[in-house]
Design a protein. Structure first.
Length: 164
């Protein structure tokens, strides 16, 4: 038996003011997108903002449904919209933020497993990593360069290919 170790690297900033101006704006748009969230069940409002290589910013917010699996996370709303409305335009960065109705969120919000897998596919399609910027309503900011830092054992398309 071999024991192997997986390590991730991320940058932690005290707050958004330590980010570049462009990243501050992107993170601000993610927080603003929480206002468009439909979260009557969880009362947990998530916003995402996607920066495209041409400078376009696309936002998304979580959309819940009484039949819970029918809802969709903010990250996937933004990513799917960007890909459907701007096909072929690479995604450079994704910012995620959240706020709740009855408590203050200071810990960085990370994409769920389903969103992480979608980001894997986007990175594969565009052959380029996406910078992922994560913050709660306030507080520290975590930044990773590429989804592999958040999902080291991801499912890739080559696993679906059959030998002829």
């Amino acid at each position: 038996m071999n024991v192997k170790e997986v390590r991730i690297t991320f940058h932690e900033y005290e707050n958004e003011k330590e980010l570049s101006q462009d990243e501050q704006v992107l993170l601000g748009k993610a927080l603003q997108a929480t206002d468009n969230s439909y979260a009557p069940y969880s009362e947990f409002h998530v916003g995402a903002a996607v920066l495209l290589e041409d400078g376009t910013v696309v936002i998304g917010s979580n959309q819940e449904n009484a039949a819970y699996p029918s809802g969709l996370c903010a990250e996937r709303v933004a990513l799917f919209y960007a890909q459907s409305q701007y096909p072929g335009v690479k995604i450079k960065a994704l910012a995620v933020s959240a706020k709740a109705d009855h408590f203050h969120i200071e810990a960085p919000i990370t994409p769920c497993g389903s969103c992480r897998q979608v980001i894997v596919e986007v990175e594969q399609r565009q052959k380029e990593k996406i910078r992922i910027i994560m913050q709660g309503e306030t507080g520290p900011v975590h930044v990773v360069q590429g989804i592999e830092a958040l999902l080291p054992f991801s499912f890739h398309e080559e696993k679906l290919k059959k030998k002829l």
